[in-house]
Design a protein around this ligand. Structure first.
Ligand SMILES: O=P(O)(O)OC[C@H]1O[C@H](O)[C@H](O)[C@@H](O)[C@@H]1O
Length: 792
């Protein structure tokens, strides 16, 4: 049996040989074996009889992390709450072609009177453990089933079994601020985490992807360890008690700290308020770092509307600026997880979302279709639409999704008959219940559209066009499905500008830093057109914090990965991780493409650096600029001048820098070689686009589709585009209703699509022009071929 109950514990076994064990006490997972190895630490002294929290495994922290503090209501709860010390029940089990799943439940009726008194809220928790061949997912869903809001923390307190704590490295946290609970200080993580003494650190807002625990090297030379991918859980805690604290723990061997490290994904830096009736979910996927295998599943999750600080996916614009609507109605952008440059360089798993991620409809325990009754009419009460309601998606796909040009684009044919380009294209969907479906494909647009309105995906990604229909992937032998083509794509993400922007960071963007995107668009657009001769470029607001470019020319679509890499390296100027001061290495004489870029960026350098980013007013910002200068004496001189006259205008300070460099060169001509082009290199470093290389260089890589959720997507000129002013679904519905009220339908009146009656129209028209351009090429090519065949 794939899931069996053995007295106090539930045992999951997968046909591949992987297994997991979960104690009902605390729903504590105490073992995960895969590839013949145990990956979870369980202390030899762990007490397993239900009289004490289990030392090891994955204890579940809820509803408080650590010890609650008065006057907060959690103050009288035990350390880390009651979930890990209450007895859960096995609620469900299932299996499918890929995984074995067990679900556990705990609600307020199952906890002791003592805890119930201390924390008088009605809740239900569903904990799902999903075991696959080389990964395991643990997923916690919290419902507030009562009539009053409650605050909670939660954490998947995962103890990893490692061969030697001295050799372990935690990758993916570099650049983050963390609360060092041992010293009670806040610090910044520089590079990877190593453990040399007691460590107890809380990294708030850690990236979701590719946190890696590397503890060895495999025979093939690849890193050995575990990859942690989390969803909905903002924070990471790193813990090792080291010798002294270990000695004080009765249920932990004195030397066991050598063999464990806790990397705990959770929501602990702040309490989450969960309103009556609302639910929340978070999960992690642990997978083996094996070089060739990648993470399985997962999606972002978005709390239900009643979540008190409501995260709304601002549902328009092809951009998923996630916005937080606070109780006073102010919208602010919120971070949605980022990956720092260093860890991106380190990651083995850079093609994270390529393989193995597939969850099939009907097989996933969390899968559900959006309830049809959520959609009533387009005249629905606007208030209902203000939060992250599935109705928004339903309304969007029914009324505003520009199905016709979308099909015409992906069909790459001028006839309405679906071609292989459409039918063999990979679509992937994120659903509101965290399901991620890869390798979906459709026979025609009607089938796709009815799937969209049925599933209401919160995000659509497009992958490559394959030699077979992606949904038939499992019907062919491994490796037989081959990517045939995909548009050349570019992804420029604002988080890659975090080291130089001062107005925002992480997932936040504002009109000030948006100028970086304006520059990036101009430069990449000019290079693709002028240097490579591409004609069909669609620029799309990526939704969250950047822009995408889709190059639709046939020549671009057919490029190999090597050719894509060559283009990216031609365009790449900014290189190096967060630790590196100077990231630009350019020849003395710029080639024509870079000279053109230089002209473009100079215009923007002044407004960005002197004004909107205000780099030259405060030492903490100007020091980063000085770090680019490879001469200590010159640096010191400029620093002194700036410190002595802090209120001088930024343009004058920039003049100081140029003068100091000029003087140094005339005093010592030998310095010319290293200093002459420094001002130019600074201008490049502060304005030139940063590209997300991996998105462009693998044909199979997924990229968010234009017009998925946020239809204000196609943008022609970035300069006029204000990401914060993107329309929302409620706004489009309002515009539609207003239009219909002002233009009552008549027999002979124009038959307009609903999107044509809204401000979406302009954006769809940009998209249509892009599609028309491609179709013209296709027609020209067909004509050319036809006339050749007559040429006898
Ligand atoms: O001993 P426990 O209650 O299981 O807690 C073990 C550890 O859990 C987390 O990692 C906390 O950050 C630590 O401060 C705590 O010591």
């Amino acid at each position: 049996m794939p899931v069996s109950q053995q007295s106090d514990k539930t045992v999951l076994t997968h046909p591949s040989g992987s297994s997991a064990e979960v104690y009902l006490y605390g729903a504590t997972l105490t073992s995960w074996k895969s590839a013949g190895k145990e990956h979870i630490f369980l202390s030899e002294k762990a007490i397993l009889d239900g009289s004490k929290a289990i030392r090891g495994g994955i204890p579940l922290v809820f509803p408080v992390f650590g010890k609650g503090k008065a006057p907060h209501v959690t103050a009288s709860l035990p350390q880390h709450g009651f979930a890990r010390i209450s007895r859960w029940k096995l609620a469900n089990s299932s299996e499918d072609a890929h995984s074995v799943t067990a679900q556990f439940g705990l609600d307020h009726t199952m906890i002791s009177d003592e805890y119930r008194k201390a924390w008088p809220y009605d809740f239900s928790l569903i904990y799902t453990v999903k075991l696959s061949a080389e990964s395991i997912e643990t997923h916690l869903k919290i419902h507030n089933v009562g009539d009053k809001s409650f605050d909670f923390n939660t954490l998947l307190h995962t103890y990893f079994l490692i061969p030697d704590v001295h050799k372990v490295r935690v990758i993916g946290l570099s650049g983050l601020d963390y609360h060092d609970k041992v010293s009670s200080k806040f610090s910044k993580q520089e590079g990877e985490v190593v453990i040399r003494n007691e460590v107890d650190s809380v990294y708030a807002n850690a990236p979701s992807e590719n946190i890696q625990i590397q503890y060895g090297v495999q025979e093939q030379g690849a890193a050995e360890g575990i990859n942690v991918h989390k969803n909905g859980l903002g924070d990471i805690v790193v813990w090792n008690p080291w010798s002294e604290r270990a000695a004080g723990l009765a249920d932990f061997g004195d030397e066991e700290y050598h063999r464990m490290i806790c990397i705990e994904a959770g929501q602990v830096a702040e309490f989450i308020a969960l309103a009556a009736g609302a639910s929340w979910a978070g999960s992690q996927v642990l997978s083996l770092l094996t070089g060739s295998h990648h993470l399985v599943v997962t999606t972002c999750l978005h709390p239900s509307p009643a979540y008190s600080s409501t995260r709304t996916r601002s549902t328009m614009s092809g951009m998923d600026i996630d916005s937080t609507t606070t109780s006073d109605g102010i919208r602010a952008t919120v971070e949605a997880g980022q990956m720092d440059n260093q860890s991106a360089e380190d990651e083995l798993d850079h093609l994270f979302d390529l393989d193995d991620q597939e969850v099939f409809k009907g097989e996933n325990p969390w899968h559900r279709t959006a309830p049809a009754d959520l959609f009533t009419s387009k005249n629905a009460d606007m208030d209902d639409l203000s939060a992250d309601s599935p109705r928004q998606f339903m309304l969007f796909y029914r009324h505003f999704f520009p199905a016709k040009p979308y099909f015409q684009w992906l069909n790459y044919d001028t006839t309405p008959t679906p071609s292989k380009s459409f039918m063999n294209r990979e679509f992937s969907f994120h659903l509101s219940d965290e399901t991620f479906m890869r390798y979906q494909s459709y026979k025609n647009m009607d089938e796709l559209k009815s799937e969209l309105t049925r599933l209401c995906p919160t995000r659509i990604d497009l992958g490559a066009v394959y030699n077979i229909r992606p949904k038939d992937k499992n019907l062919v032998r491994a490796g037989a499905m081959v990517a045939v083509f995909k548009e050349m794509v570019f992804d420029i993400d604002m988080t890659d500008y975090d080291e130089i922007r001062t107005c925002c960071s992480g997932g936040d963007v504002c009109i000030k830093c948006w100028e970086f995107m304006t520059v990036a668009l101009k430069i990449i657009d000019a290079a693709l057109r002028d240097d490579f001769g591409f004609k069909h470029l669609l620029w799309v607001y990526s939704g969250r914090r950047g822009i995408h470019c889709w190059v639709g020319d046939e020549r671009a679509r057919m490029m190999t990965n090597e050719q894509r890499k060559a283009i990216v390296s031609y365009l790449e100027v900014i290189k190096g991780g967060a630790q590196q001061g100077k990231k630009v290495k350019l020849p003395n004489v710029l080639h024509p493409s870079l000279s053109r870029s230089y002209e473009i960026i100079q215009e923007h350098f002044r407004s960005l650096v002197f004004s909107s980013q205000d780099i030259l007013t405060q030492p903490e910002h100007w020091e980063k600029m000085l770090a680019i200068i490879p001469d200590e004496a010159v640096k010191a001189q400029i620093r002194e001048e700036w410190e002595n006259a802090p209120t001088r205008a930024p343009s004058q300070k920039w003049g100081d820098l140029q003068t100091a460099i000029g003087d140094a060169i005339s005093d010592s001509p030998k310095k010319k070689q290293i200093l002459e082009h420094i001002p130019r290199d600074i201008i490049f470093q502060y304005t030139y686009p940063r590209l997300d290389e991996k998105v462009s260089t693998d044909v199979r890589h997924l990229l968010k589709s234009p017009f998925c959720i946020h239809p204000k997507t196609a943008i022609e000129t970035c300069e006029e585009f204000d990401p914060s002013a993107a329309p929302t679904v409620p706004q489009l519905v309002k515009e539609l209703n207003e239009y219909d009220a002002e233009h009552p339908a008549t027999e002979d009146g124009p038959k307009l699509q609903d999107w044509q009656k809204t401000s979406l129209r302009g954006h769809v028209e940009v998209f249509e022009r892009f599609v028309k351009g491609i179709h013209k090429d296709i027609r020209d090519k067909k004509r050319g071929e036809a006339s050749k065949s007559l040429d006898f």
